[in-house]
Ligand binder design. Structure first.
Ligand code: NAD
Length: 503
């Protein structure tokens, strides 16, 4: 049996329960049908339905918000060591089910097993990392003044909503849910309608590991229904959102009446800037990895190559040779590097940019076509002879599509790099240290890597500027979002209190 056949056989076993029972909402530790009936989850690999999914509406969100509210005080007040132990058991349980999670994620999203096998384990790492922070999460400062002993402490904000996208849904949801739970918040999770499978696996894994009922609730459904209702719900104190920039604006508007705190992780059109003094072999590896891994459906992808004109021809030629050798295929084949795009709608969007590139006068140097028609497969694509004013340079395509733009000087590279609405990540390749310092200082991005691809280190801040988002995840920044600062002043003596009405 080949590795692909082996994975397909295992997946068939894992999917049987979904085919039989569908995916129900999980509210207060109970399975509940959706008030809106069902919708279907379709696999992008063969375009067939995987299973029915509960269609949650405002009524289901209301029940889930109530369950999260009821579960809040006991969870908040549980001794930190006990909460920590539960989070560690969740991490262990995810590790034990990593293969199931990864295979289901591949089938639901089209992501290649090569990458998703690690994404499930990174989800476990997120739980372990934040479990280690639980005990000190409430710690504060002591700020002495002449008349008062001032202390600060942090308390969890309350029940929160987590709204996630479909690109690497399991890993991304743990990135939000793990710190929220560690902070002492309870959660209502609204996963992306295109990828509901692993959200179900997460909540049941967590409950089996000892998470009390109602601490994590899952309501499936669509953005304009369940998602909107979650943003508007009066019991929900904050929304942690990952998705498109335009949806981020809606999240803000929808939360205005209830004064929601929002954390927005949005889109990107990230530059990888390659200067002619760089280690070009490593720059080539990193540029390819950052746009063609995860199907290019990656917010931090290096979707614009800014290449110094002195090395442009050679670099682009080497790029084309490598792109044409990328293996597009069945996502469960461990050798596959690119699987199908997530939905018909997204496939239409990405392939639409092939036409836009032609109309704009760019050159399609590699790919530019559908790869297979049994699923939503596209060829890895490179646009050259582009300018930064073209739509292919300005808009987030969110597929395995790279736009190459030449520059002559450092100033021009920076001008092009910053001339987009987004500012999530930037990648700089140069062996000139002072240039790296200058460029990173002026680059408008929340995260920058020099002579490296994106290597996530959990204690560092993750997030974007401009249309790429508001707020940061990671390390203590996550707790700043899920917790409230509280100041308490204790009088240290009998300082003079101004007396009114005392004659
Ligand atoms: P999307 O904005 O369409 O959907 C994301 C989630 O929001 C889904 O669960 C959806 O149902 C929900 N939603 C939609 N409309 C809503 C509304 N009015 N109210 C409440 N919820 C609503 O995004 P997508 O297409 O699923 O994901 C791709 C996008 O996510 C890309 O733009 C990508 O860059 C971004 N992303 C960003 C990061 C980051 O960390 N910055 C990470 C991954 C993905």
């Amino acid at each position: 049996m080949s590795a692909l056949e082996d994975n397909v056989a295992k997946l068939t076993g894992y999917l049987a329960r979904f085919r039989d029972a569908g995916i129900l909402n999980r509210i207060g530790g109970q399975d509940r049908a959706g008030a809106g009936g069902v919708f279907q989850s379709i696999s992008p690999v063969d375009k067939n339905a995987i299973c029915d999914v509960a269609h949650g509406t405002a009524a289901d969100i209301d029940a889930a918000a109530q369950a999260a509210s009821d579960a809040f005080a006991p969870w908040r007040d549980m001794p930190a060591q006990e909460r920590k132990a539960i989070l560690i058991r969740i991490a262990e349980a995810i590790e034990a089910r990593a293969e199931e999670i990864a295979l289901c994620e591949c089938w639901d999203t089209g992501q290649a097993y090569k990458f998703m096998s690690k994404a499930a384990l990174r989800g476990a790492e997120n739980f372990r990392y934040f479990a280690d922070q639980v005990v000190q999460a409430r710690d504060g400062q002591h700020l002495q003044s002449p008349t008062l002993m001032n202390i600060t402490t942090r308390v969890p904000i309350g029940p929160v909503g987590v709204i996630t996208p479909w690109n690497t849904p399991f890993m991304l949801s743990t990135w939000k849910i793990a710190p929220a739970l560690a902070a002492g918040c309870t959660v209502v999770h609204k996963p992306a309608e295109a990828s509901p499978l692993t959200a179900r696996l997460l909540v049941e894994t967590a409950e089996e590991a000892g998470l009390p009922p109602g601490v994590l609730n899952v309501v499936n459904g669509f953005g304009e229904g369940a998602g909107k209702a979650l943003c508007e719900h009066r019991l929900i104190r904050a929304i942690a959102f990952v998705g498109e920039s335009s949806t981020g604006s809606l999240i803000t508007k929808q939360g205005a009446d209830t004064l929601k705190r929002n954390h927005l992780e949005l889109g990107g059109k990230n530059p990888v800037i390659v200067f002619d003094d760089a280690d070009l072999e490593r720059a080539l590896d990193a540029a390819i990895f950052m746009i063609y891994s995860i199907n290019g459906e990656r917010c931090t992808s290096s979707s614009r190559l800014l290449i110094q004109d002195t090395i442009r021809e050679e670099f682009e030629a080497r790029l084309v040779a490598r792109i044409n050798a990328i293996r597009v295929g069945h996502p469960l084949d461990p050798a596959t590097e690119i699987g199908p795009l997530v939905t018909q709608e997204h496939f239409n969007k990405v392939t639409g940019y092939f036409d836009i590139a032609r109309q704009e006068g760019a050159t399609i140097a590699a790919g530019g076509d559908v790869a297979r028609t049994d699923g939503y497969f596209v060829q890895p694509t490179l646009f050259t002879n582009a300018t930064n004013r073209m739509r292919i340079a300005q808009e987030e395509i969110f597929g395995p599509v790279l736009t190459s733009i030449p520059f002559a000087t450092e100033d021009e590279a920076l001008q092009i790099a910053n001339d987009v609405p987004y500012g999530l990540t930037g990648y700089v390749w140069t062996n000139d240290l002072t240039r790296a310092l200058r460029v990173t200082d002026r680059l408008e991005a929340g995260m920058i890597w020099v002579n490296s691809e994106n290597v996530r280190h959990l204690p560092t801040p993750f997030g974007g500027v401009k249309a790429s988002g508001i707020g940061r995840d990671g390390g203590d920044w996550s707790f700043e979002f899920y917790m409230e600062q509280k100041h308490i002043g204790f009088a240290t003596g009998s300082h003079r209190i101004t007396r009114l009405g005392a004659g």
